[in-house]
Design a protein around this ligand. Structure first.
Ligand code: PLP
Length: 472
């Protein structure tokens, strides 16, 4: 052995002593040369440090913690394309089992024969639910020789996916303004309905406050409307976030297929379903509620394969992970997990209330909504806004979004926390301590917008929102 000048050999070099550490990442041109995997990994890994910590993102509804077994199944499923049902029949079988199990959870009359599909999320599932409603409405109108050119959809303050559905698929959206409880009231919904209404969309876990709309009351109002007018308008329930909590923590609420008027439901597997990102479900009450024309049968992957998704190729791991969750947790486990999130939400609501600074608009009551807390400032003319507070908390790594509610008479600026699987009471305590610190700093410190004598009290909440995020 000859002594070498350096202990480093090119293959085991410290990545920060190698050339990569002194090179910048390509940003616009397609790289000409290949590079060692370890160095590229380190470079990208380090850039992503700027993303912050997902679990401290209290804006998102989506899964940010999974068990190691889920990670393992995701890695093992990396090469499974869910659309290749002939190549990967067992992944397809797990999807079919999940559809039946979820349909059972949602009280479908016959879960064994109903139709449903996994999707990339609730947005795709909502598109499919909306399309089925449009097709059913059109077929009925055509059969009666009636005009089919002006379909509309009635909903409350909805997530953007319904606005997308209406614009992409040429349906007039009739978005009912927020009622007194920040949700759509049955009366307002009915007032917007007519013979061209393809469906009323009710939301279980409304985006802006986390509250449930009263699906049972909306359904009853539509029954009365039918008696009066003869118009039979179906309901679709957007249970993106409520779909995997209400069945466990508010089982007495009638919002699902127990109501005959509910023809389809969407839910995000990657929200309260606890699956990794990229998982949604669309379920129809009965097979006949999903028009045949929307189902394509293709045979170019071998075998006979029905498909009614917007995407073709999709990863199979999310379905595999969902099946894992269903088996691993069952009703018992989901109830335990979701009850824990409600406990933390109630704790946060109580202690945020105790600061004396906020009016709590929703405190995470399991019978009224998802595990979330929404509040506004008590003092609209105080030294800081919820946007300032959001910015201050961001300095400690917490993302607690501030935004304005959809237009009513007065644009109310609110702040919201979604409590997810993985937010423990201990973390909640850390968060509350940071809230107190932030409030203190804003009220007294140099960062607060304290009004000095002579300052015009002119700042308004919508003047320069430091942060306006409505998470998916
Ligand atoms: C999140 C959400 C959606 C969109 O779901 P994705 O899974 O993000 O596509 C739709 N509706 C509601 C009520 C939501 O909360």
């Amino acid at each position: 052995m000859t002594p070498s000048a350096s202990h480093f050999s090119p293959s085991d070099e410290d990545v920060f002593a190698g050339p990569q550490a002194l090179r910048r990442a390509p940003k616009t041109h397609f790289p000409a040369h290949a590079q060692p995997p370890r160095e590229v990994y380190q470079l990208i890994h380090d850039e992503l440090l700027l993303d912050g910590v997902a679990r401290m993102n209290l804006a998102t509804f989506c899964t940010t913690w999974v068990e190691p077994e889920v990670q393992q199944l995701m890695v093992e499923s990396l090469d499974k394309n869910i659309v290749d049902k002939d190549e990967y029949p067992q992944t397809a079988e797990l999807e079919a089992r999940c559809v039946r199990m979820f349909a059972d959870l949602l009280h479908a009359p016959d879960p064994k024969t109903t139709l449903g599909t996994s999707t990339t999320g609730s947005s795709e599932a909502a598109m499919l639910g909306g399309l089925a409603a449009k097709w059913r409405w059109r077929a009925k109108r055509q059969a009666a020789g009636l005009d089919t050119t002006r379909p509309n959809l009635v909903c409350g303050p909805v997530q953007v996916c319904w606005e997308k559905f209406c614009r992409y698929f040429d349906v007039e959206i009739r978005e009912v303004p927020m009622g007194p409880g920040h949700i759509m009231t049955p009366e307002d919904a009915i007032a917007a309905c007519d013979e061209n209404t393809i469906v009323v969309v009710a939301t279980m876990g409304q985006t802006f406050t986390g509250k449930y709309e009263d699906v049972e009351a909306i359904s009853a109002a539509l029954d009365a409307f039918q008696e009066k007018t003869g118009l039979d308008i179906p309901l679709h329930v957007d249970a993106a976030s409520g779909g995997f909590v209400a069945p466990f923590c508010a089982p007495e609420l009638d919002w699902d297929f127990r109501l005959p008027r509910v023809k389809s439901i969407n839910a995000s597997g990657h929200k309260t379903g606890l699956a990794p990102l990229g998982s949604g479900w669309a379920i129809w009450r009965e097979a006949s509620d999903l028009p045949d024309e929307l189902i394509f049968n293709v045979n170019y992957l071998g075998g006979h394969m029905p498909t009614f998704n917007l995407n073709f190729s999709r990863p199979g791991g999310q379905v595999v992970a969902s099946y894992y969750n269903f088996l691993r947790l069952g009703r018992e486990g989901y109830t335990a997990v979701q009850s824990a999130t409600y406990t933390v939400a109630a704790y946060l609501a109580e202690h945020l209330g105790k600061t004396g600074e906020f009016d709590i608009l929703f405190d995470g009551d399991p019978h009224l909504g998802i595990p979330a807390v929404t509040w506004k400032l008590k003092n609209d003319d105080g030294p800081y806004t919820v946007f300032d507070l959001a910015e201050e908390l961001r300095g400690r790594g917490w993302l607690v979004p501030a935004y304005t509610l959809p237009p009513t008479q007065d644009a109310v600026a609110v702040q919201r926390i979604i409590v997810r699987h993985g937010l423990s009471l201990d973390m909640a305590d850390l968060l509350l301590a940071d809230f107190r610190r932030a409030i203190e700093a804003l009220k007294n410190g140099p960062r607060g917008r304290r009004l000095e004598a002579g300052d015009a009290p002119s700042f308004s909440h919508d003047a320069t929102p430091a942060l306006a995020v409505v998470a998916p």
